[in-house]
Design a binder for this molecule. Structure first.
Ligand code: GDP
Ligand code: MG
Length: 172
């Protein structure tokens, strides 16, 4: 069984990091960015990230979107016919968490299963998944911790979205 998973969320949440930690053969469209954004990092995704992994018998295709509103046309394109999505948030950045609401709204409209991955849990200043679930008004069952630098942590997130997809299909 082949599964297509959308990796989305606001700029600098860690979407590209998640895909590149999981997949050795990542296709990425990173370019140098604007002066304002450069305060956060040097490059950004302008079209998409793509990676493929095999886990628990599934081939999983990961499609990462850009995070800024000016690239929303890519979200519309990549957001078509996926099986489920992971919204990555920067748990150490309240504004980033709040900006993830528009991705959640987008996914809700599509009626597809999604989870939230609370990235950068290695940072002292981060909020925990429970706090983030409350802030985003989501059930705790769909909000999970992530350290995108760590492969096991990334695989845990993929396991969670796959089981969420499976249970949504059973319920349908
Ligand atoms: N401390 C910490 N930094 C992270 C983690 N994941 C990503 N980053 C950093 O956060 C920044 C944004 O990551 P990136 O994957 O480019 O974000 P994207 O815009 O969502 O694709 C980069 O500087 C990463 O090195 C993490 O788990 N912990
Ligand atoms: Mg990126």
């Amino acid at each position: 069984m082949i599964t297509k998973i959308l990796i989305t969320g606001h700029f600098s949440a860690g979407k590209t990091q998640l895909i590149s930690t999981l997949s050795r053969d990542i296709l990425s469209t990173e370019v140098k960015i604007s002066l304002e954004e450069e305060k956060k990092k040097e490059t950004t995704t302008v079209a998409m990230d793509y990676g493929k992994i095999k886990t628990s018998g599934f081939y999983v295709h990961l499609f990462g979107t850009p995070g800024q509103e000016r690239f929303d046309f890519m979200l519309e394109i990549l957001g078509k016919d996926h099986d489920g999505a992971v919204v990555v948030v920067d748990s150490a950045d309240l504004l980033n968490i709040k900006k993830s609401v528009r991705f959640i709204d987008f996914l809700r409209k599509q009626g597809k299963p999604f989870i939230v991955a609370c990235n950068k849990q290695d940072k002292d200043s981060c909020m925990n998944p429970r706090e983030i679930a409350i802030l985003l008004n989501l059930p705790e069952e769909v909000v999970f911790p992530l350290i995108a630098y760590d492969k096991h942590s990334c695989l845990y997130i993929i396991d969670k979205i796959i089981s969420h997809i499976s249970s949504s299909r059973k319920a349908a």
